[in-house]
Design a protein around this ligand. Structure first.
Ligand SMILES: Cc1ncc(C[n+]2csc(CCOP(=O)(O)OP(=O)(O)O)c2C)c(N)n1
Ligand SMILES: [Mg+2]
Length: 424
């Protein structure tokens, strides 16, 4: 029988509600956590993981995967539910053990605790700042390693930030840099739900976030309340279409979406809905079972299609990578060492030494000497300085700087720059 649009929409809704009910149940079982935000944001991650992102649940460390960072880490049940449903290796039992000692589902995403968690989030602001770093890393790898039309590195970074994330100064600093560098591979959602811990955001946060991000040089779209999947997908397409600016997609969500009594209330931020309200909410969703952690077979099967798609996407990349390895064996070795975090053999022989009998040396001068030595041993060493490198002596000699590339990337230009870098 042919699949109709109505069937597809019903399946989409069932899947979105599966994320919601797992999140509600996980928090209820732990009797602690944040149910309301996962419920509201479920359509966004559903869309990203099943329709937008290039990712392979069987290999969470594929170098050219798209990255997803849940900056509002308190909504961790959203990420844990996605990682279970799309087949990254978390089990239903892990969701049942949410917030228990030793469980990979610790309560805020912790890097290394489960495959698919790109970075630790919890301290607000940190996740979106890390997403800027991931997007910058992508551009730097692309500039260094993409040669002659071979797109070894070609991925995007997505993040969801909440009010608290955008209140934190660190997110502003990182977002300013992202705008300055024109990191077009970065798309951030701003969950404008008007709720923070104490109540309505009017209490402390009334700036125009969209205007602020426009001021940073971002491309900004405001979807209002329309979170229809096709609408959000079109916005993501537009965001990706703007190659020289990072993108912010503002969405006006409702915390505890669908809950008859907790919807839009600050109480749904950091406390379980309560058994009665969980039951009422499931009823409102038209949920087929009262059993906690119930996952409809057809929903799970649909989520797990990500596994085959991911394998396919990675095997296409493997072919490109094999051709690259044959054409550019030295670069390939450098690329592999970099993404695997391998240091060159013997890198730590001849570490510079400083002795009292050699006379006094200013610490920044000693540091500079060590930096030059280290940069020679480790070609991918990258430094940073808060705009005062000539003073702190942190520049790598002949190392070049990360710069804004305006307009479409010119591959010949990049290749020339790269050659200069390799030769130096
Ligand atoms: C740096 C930092 N300060 C404070 C907190 C404590 N905290 C957790 S969530 C939150 C704010 C919740 O509001 P919002 O970010 O809008 O999230 P929502 O409830 O809408 O999901 C705060 C202050 C934190 N996690 N990190
Ligand atoms: Mg909020």
């Amino acid at each position: 029988m042919a699949t109709t649009t109505t069937d597809t929409q019903a399946l989409d809704q069932l899947c979105v509600n599966t994320i919601r009910t797992l999140s509600m149940d996980g928090v209820q079982q732990a009797n602690s956590g944040h149910p309301g935000t996962p419920m509201a944001l479920a359509p966004i991650t559903y869309l990203l993981y099943t329709r937008v992102m290039k990712h392979n649940p069987a290999n969470a460390s594929w170098p050219d995967r798209d990255r997803f960072v849940l900056s509002c880490g308190h909504a961790s049940m959203l990420l844990y539910s996605m990682l279970y449903l799309t087949g990254y290796g978390l089990e239903l039992d892990d969701l049942k053990n949410f917030r228990q000692l030793g469980s990979p589902t610790a309560g805020h995403p912790e890097y290394g605790h489960a495959a698919g968690i790109e970075t630790t989030t919890g301290p607000l602001g940190q996740g979106i700042a890390n997403a800027v770093g991931l997007a910058l890393g992508e551009r730097m790898l692309a500039a260094r390693f993409n040669r002659g039309g071979s797109e070894l590195i070609d991925h995007h970074t997505y993040t969801i930030a909440s009010d608290g994330d955008l209140e934190e100064g660190v997110s502003g600093e990182a977002s300013s840099l992202a705008g300055h560098l024109g990191l077009g591979r970065l798309t951030a959602f701003y969950d404008d739900n008007h709720i923070s811990i104490e109540g309505d955001t009017e209490l402390a946060f009334s700036e125009d976030v969209g205007q602020r991000y426009e001021g940073y040089g971002w491309h900004v779209q405001n979807l209002g309340e329309d979170l229809a999947l096709d609408n959000v997908e079109a916005a993501v397409d537009s965001a990706r279409g703007v190659e020289d600016q990072p993108s912010l997609i503002i969405i006006r969500t409702h915390i505890a979406e669908g809950s008859p009594n907790k919807h839009d209330t600050a109480g749904a931020h950091g406390a379980p809905l309560g058994e009665d309200e969980v039951a009422l909410t499931k009823e409102a969703y038209g949920w087929p079972s009262e059993e906690p952690f119930f996952v409809p077979d057809e929903a799970l099967a649909h989520f797990r299609e990500c596994i085959d798609r991911g394998k396919q996407a990675e095997s296409e990349w493997d072919e490109r990578a094999a051709a690259y390895r044959d054409a550019e064996p030295e670069l390939w070795e450098r690329f592999s060492a970099q993404v695997e975090g391998r240091l060159p053999e013997g890198w730590d022989a001849d570490v510079p030494e400083f002795h009292p009998q050699d006379g006094p040396v200013a610490s920044r001068k000693a540091s500079n000497k060590v930096i030059q030595w280290a940069a020679e041993q480790v070609p991918n060493l990258v430094g940073g300085s808060a705009d005062l490198a000539p003073s702190t002596l942190t520049l790598i000699d002949d190392g070049g700087s990360v710069e804004v590339v305006t307009g479409p990337l010119d591959k010949d230009e990049l290749t020339t720059r790269f050659d200069a870098l390799v030769a130096s």
